[in-house]
Design a protein. Structure first.
Length: 118
């Protein structure tokens, strides 16, 4: 993955628009405007005894919800050679938006990627 500028990156020869939803100490609620969509996420409550969180993501265009999904954030200890990556693709009429959740050595990165369909 090569960052081209603050909104574009190249991944496996393809150019994507991206936005970072969280890095390091993540917030379990927030919202962002991305390519004409409003992405919001929130957690109803702490649902596990280990500090895990159910995080509800919702993607809207205008007043219409176009998709939603649940991401389970489960904190756990990884050794220095392990990386946990979860991706969630959302198919939209003109593009695909992919959510990427990366956890490594107690650090986290959440981002969203968009690529036009041709």
């Amino acid at each position: 993955m090569t960052i081209l500028n603050g909104t574009m990156l190249r991944l496996k020869g393809e150019v994507y628009e991206y936005a970072v939803l969280g890095v390091g100490n993540l917030s379990f609620s927030g919202k962002i405007s991305f390519r004409g969509y409003q992405i919001t996420w929130s957690t109803p409550k702490n649902l596990t005894t280990t500090g895990g969180q159910r995080i509800d993501f919702r993607i809207q265009k205008g007043n219409s919800i176009v998709d939603s999904f649940v991401y389970w954030y489960i904190p756990f200890q990884l050794d220095s050679f392990c990386v946990s990556i979860y991706t969630k693709p959302i198919e939209l009429p003109e593009e695909e938006i992919t959510f990427v959740f990366i956890h490594i050595e107690g650090k986290d990165l959440w981002m969203v990627l968009a690529k036009n369909k041709y």
